[in-house]
Design a protein around this ligand. Structure first.
Ligand code: GDP
Length: 441
C-alpha cells in the first residue's frame, strides 16, 4: 500500500512525542533526527530532507509550541503542514482551452513508466466530464504500444488516431490535429514513444512535436517506485524540453514515498495526478494535504468519501437504507453491496484511507474472501435470495452442492447474514433516533 513503510516509521516517532506532556528542545531534535532518517530511507532527496528538517525544527522549538497544551500534537501538525507545502500545497488542475478549441496535451516518459495506461485513464476522465478527447498514437517504434493504446482507448470509449509505424511523430500529430478540428474534438492526448533511458533521439522527437503543433501541456509520467531516479528523470525532461506537470504512477505499490515528496521541491513542477492501480479508473487528482495526511497515518477521509460518492448510486443507497430499516435486506442486496465495494477499488484500497488503519497493513487482506459467499448466493433460486426464511435442510444441501462447499459453510454464512441483518436493524434504529434528536445530519 502507498507509503506504508515511511508511514510506519513516522508514526513510531510521533507516538513517542505524543506520550510526553512536556517537550524539551532535545526531545524535538531527537525526534527530528529520526524523521530525517525515515525520510532518507524513503528515498527523499537529500537536500529536500535537509531543508525540511531545518524548517520543521525552527518552528517546533518555538516558545508557543513548547509551552503549548499539547506539544507533541503541535509538532505533528507542523510536520504535516510542511509536508503539504513540500508537495505543492494546493491541488494543481490542468487548465483546458474553451471547448470550441483543441487543447493539446503531450504525455512523455520513459518506457514502462505507465504512459499509455495513464493517458487512457486521463482521456476517460475528461470524456466523463463531457469533453471530446482523442488519443494520438505516436510510439512508432513499438507496434505493441499502438495496439495497447487502441485497446485502452476502446475500454474508456475514446477514439485513437493512428498512422501505424511508417510515419514520423511530427507528421502524425499534424494529421491528428487536422482530424480533431474536422471532427469536433476538443482535447488531444499525444502518447509519445518512451525509451528505457533518457536519450537524445527521444528528446529531439518531443521537441519536434512541440514545434509542429501548439502543445498546451507537456506532462511527464514517472514511476513512483523508482524513487530518486524518477526525480532525476523529471529534472532532465524539464531542463531539456520543459514540462508543465508530473503524473506519479504506481503510487499504490510505492511504500516509501520518496518521489512524491521530492518532485515538486526539486523540479518546481507540480504533481497533477497519482496513478493508484492498473485499472483504467485508478487515477486520482493529487491533493498535497490529503497525501500528507495519508503519509502520517491520519487517513484520507475526503478521498474515501469522494470514492464512495463516485461509485455509489444515490438512489440505490437510499433503497438499501430503507431495506435495512424495514429488515427486508436480502441476498440480492448483499450481492449489490459487494459489487459497489469492488467499484470503490476493493477492501485493501479503502483501508489505507481510513485514519489509524495503517496499522492493519500487516494483515493480509484477502480480496477473494467474498468469493465463497458469492458462490453460495449464486446457487440460490431467486425465491430463496429474496426470502431467506424458506431455506430448509434440503435446499441448503442443494445450494452447498451448487457452490461446491460444505453444508456447514452454507449454514455459517446464512447465520452470519442473519446476525448482521439484525445488527443493521438495531443500528438503523439508533441512527434514526439520533437523527430525530438532531444529533446526526
Ligand atoms: P508505458 O511504457 O510508459 O506506456 O507504460 P504502460 O502504460 O505500458 O505501463 C507499464 C505497466 O505499468 C503496465 O503493466 C501497467 O498496467 C502498469 N501501471 C501503469 N500505471 C499503474 C499504476 O498506477 N499502478 C500500478 N499498479 N500499475 C500501473
Amino acid at each position: 500500500m502507498a507509503f506504508d513503510s515511511l508511514s510506519e516509521k513516522l508514526q513510531n516517532v510521533f507516538k513517542k512525542l505524543k506520550s510526553k506532556g512536556v517537550l524539551t528542545e532535545d526531545d524535538v531534535k531527537e525526534a527530528m533526527k529520526e524523521v530525517k532518517r525515515a525520510l532518507l530511507e524513503a528515498d527523499v532527496n537529500f537536500k529536500v530532507v535537509k531543508n525540511f528538517i531545518k524548517t520543521v525544527t525552527e518552528k517546533a522549538v518555538g516558545e508557543e509550541v513548547m509551552k503549548g497544551l499539547n506539544p507533541g500534537q503541535m509538532v505533528i501538525k507542523i510536520v504535516r503542514d510542511e509536508m503539504t507545502s513540500l508537495m505543492g500545497s494546493e491541488v494543481s488542475e490542468i487548465k483546458l482551452l474553451p471547448s470550441n478549441e483543441v487543447t493539446i496535451i503531450m504525455m512523455c516518459g520513459l518506457q514502462g513508466a505507465g504512459k499509455t495506461t495513464t493517458v487512457a485513464k486521463l482521456a476517460g476522465q475528461y470524456k466523463n466530464k463531457g469533453r471530446k478527447p482523442l488519443l494520438v498514437a505516436c510510439d512508432v517504434y513499438r507496434p505493441a504500444a499502438i495496439k495497447q493504446l487502441e485497446i485502452n482507448g476502446e475500454k474508456v470509449g475514446v477514439p485513437v488516431f493512428s498512422m501505424g509505424t511508417a510515419n514520423k511523430p511530427r507528421d502524425i500529430v499534424k494529421a491528428a490535429l487536422s482530424h480533431a478540428q474536422k471532427n469536433d474534438i476538443n482535447l488531444m492526448f499525444i502518447d509519445t514513444a518512451g525509451r528505457l533511458h533518457i536519450d537524445e533521439g527521444m528528446m529531439q522527437e518531443l521537441q519536434e512535436i512541440k514545434e509542429t503543433v501548439p502543445v498546451n501541456y507537456t506532462i511527464l509520467t514517472v514511476d513512483s517506485m523508482t524513487g530518486q531516479d524518477s526525480v532525476n528523470v523529471a529534472t532532465t525532461f524539464n531542463d531539456q524540453i520543459g514540462i508543465d506537470g508530473v503524473i506519479l504512477t504506481k503510487l499504490d505499490g510505492d511504500t516509501r514515498g520518496g518521489a512524491a515528496l521530492s518532485i515538486k521541491a526539486v523540479t518546481g513542477k507540480p504533481i497533477l495526478y497519482a496513478g493508484m492501480g492498473e485499472k483504467l479508473t485508478d487515477l486520482e487528482l493529487f491533493y498535497p494535504e490529503r497525501m500528507a495526511s495519508r503519509i502520517l497515518g491520519m487517513g484520507d477521509v475526503e478521498s474515501l468519501i469522494e470514492k464512495a460518492q463516485e461509485a455509489i448510486d444515490e438512489e440505490q443507497a437510499r433503497k438499501v437504507e430503507e431495506k435495512i430499516r424495514k429488515a427486508t435486506f436480502d441476498f440480492n442486496d448483499f450481492l449489490d453491496q459487494l459489487d459497489q465495494m469492488n467499484k470503490m477499488g476493493g477492501l485493501s484500497s479503502l483501508i489505507g484511507m481510513l485514519p489509524g488503519m495503517g496499522k492493519l497493513k500487516n494483515v493480509e487482506i484477502d480480496e477473494n474472501a467474498m468469493n465463497k459467499p458469492k458462490a453460495i448466493i449464486y446457487s440460490m433460486t431467486m425465491e430463496e435470495r429474496t426470502n431467506p426464511d424458506i431455506l430448509n435442510v434440503s435446499r441448503k444441501n442443494r445450494i452447498a452442492k451448487g457452490a461446491g462447499v460444505d453444508i456447514a459453510e452454507v449454514n455459517r454464512f446464512i447465520k452470519q447474514f442473519e446476525e448482521s441483518r439484525k445488527m443493521m436493524k438495531q443500528m438503523s434504529g439508533i441512527m434514526g433516533k439520533k437523527k430525530k434528536r438532531g444529533m446526526l445530519p
